[in-house]
Structure formats: C-alpha cells, structure tokens
Ligand binder design. Structure first.
Ligand SMILES: Cc1cc2nc3c(=O)[nH]c(=O)nc-3n(C[C@H](O)[C@H](O)[C@H](O)COP(=O)(O)O)c2cc1C
Length: 199
C-alpha cells in the first residue's frame, strides 16, 4: 500500500507514547482447564497490508486455537467499519476520545473458561472501543487472561494495563505483540510464544 504523508503522520502519532515490544511472558500456566480466544479483527483496507479478506488478529487467533484447542468468540461491532482506512482512523479516534462503547453482535457465556486469550489490533494506543463494551459486560475475575495484539509500531501499548484495570481480580499475563504485516508469515513466532506458556 502506498504510504501517504497523512498515513505516516497518523502512525507516528499513534506511536509517540508507546515503545514497540514483543511479548516476553515470564509466567507459565496451568493449562488444564478450558480455553477461549476472544478477539476483534478488522478485514478490509488496512495499513501496510492493503485490502485483506481476513484480519491480521484473526489469523493470530486461528493459530492460537489450532495449537491450544481453544474455542473462539469474535467480537463484531454492530457499527459498520467497512470504509477506507483513513476514514476508519478518524472514526476510531473520535470513538476513543469520547469513550464511546459501541454494541457488539451476539454474546458468549465466559463462565466455563479458565483461560481467556484476549486479542485485538491496536487502535489509537489500545484495543478498539467495542472490546471495552465486552469487558464491561463480562466479569472475568479469577480467570487467567492472556493478552495478544497486532499493531504497526505501538507494540502492546496500554492494552495490558487496560485489561488489569478492567479485571483487577484476574491473573493478567504479560502479553504478546506482533506486527500485523508479519502475521501471515509469523506462525512460528506465535507457536514459540505459546510454547513458552506451556502449550
Ligand atoms: C483505526 C485504526 C487505528 C490504528 N491505530 C494504531 C496504533 O495506535 N498503533 C499501531 O501500532 N497501529 C495502529 N493501527 C494498525 C493496526 O493495529 C494493525 O494494522 C493491526 O494489525 C490490524 O489488525 P486487524 O487486521 O486484526 O484489525 C491502527 C489501525 C486502524 C485501522
């Protein structure tokens, strides 16, 4: 995808407050219980990858399910985000600034799950707002939460601290970050991370 100066400026401003990092989990886990991969992902026009039929984070979610056997729930926003990348950037910025909590489609009972992988793209320094709608509707106290993100420079940004704030009674692990444009050739990196968690 051709970089315009506007896109570069947008990405630079995402990244000013954050340092790129990849997950360095220090905690191994008891993987005996049931696991869920909870994620949001946006197909369509995206940064550095052009138009994609399957979103970057969904590809990682699928790698996780294939290796761990975890069930999946995709958080799909009721709002239509099918629009050019630069327009979505502005819509998402406005949502984040206003703290909008857009509704999502369907739901899942999280009670049977002991371990919940929670993943999404970084949008303006954290998860998309619709994921916070989900967090507000589900008490994950006592569960192990494994954060993962795809991004284009911000790394985990504030996702892990935002999850800890949403779920102070959960065991939130350090988290894993991978560039969105790397995921299609990045299965081994995801597998290595999962292996470090005991899968
Ligand atoms: C609305 C929007 C905001 C974004 N904000 C950031 C950001 O703050 N930092 C960053 O590194 N990447 C940012 N990106 C890039 C995405 O995080 C990255 O392309 C991600 O892999 C997209 O995953 P998905 O295809 O699963 O939605 C943004 C992308 C969009 C569409």
């Amino acid at each position: 995808m051709k970089l315009t100066s506007t896109i570069c400026a947008a990405l630079l401003s995402f990244c000013t407050a954050c340092t790129a990092q990849s997950g360095q989990p220090t905690t191994t886990m008891n993987n005996a219980g049931k696991s869920l991969v909870l994620f949001f992902s946006h197909a369509g026009e995206n940064y550095n990858v052009g138009h994609i039929d399957v979103g970057n984070t969904k590809i990682v979610a699928d790698y996780i399910s294939e290796q761990t056997g975890a069930d999946q729930f995709e958080i799909v926003c009721q709002k239509n985000y099918d629009m050019p990348y630069m327009k979505l950037i502005e819509i998402a910025k406005d949502e984040a600034q206003r703290g909008e909590l857009p509704p999502y489609v369907g739901d899942i009972d999280t009670a049977p799950y002991d371990t919940i992988f929670i993943g999404g793209p970084i949008w303006w320094g954290t998860f998309p707002q619709v994921m916070f709608t989900f967090f507000g509707a589900h008490d994950l106290s006592g569960k192990t939460i494994v954060p993962f993100v795809t991004h284009e420079g911000s790394g985990l940004a504030s996702t892990v601290s935002d999850l800890k704030r949403a779920y102070p009674q959960a065991n939130v692990l350090p988290g894993f970050a991978i560039y969105g444009h790397e995921v299609r050739s990045g299965r081994a990196k995801v597998e290595k991370w999962l292996h470090s968690l005991g899968y």
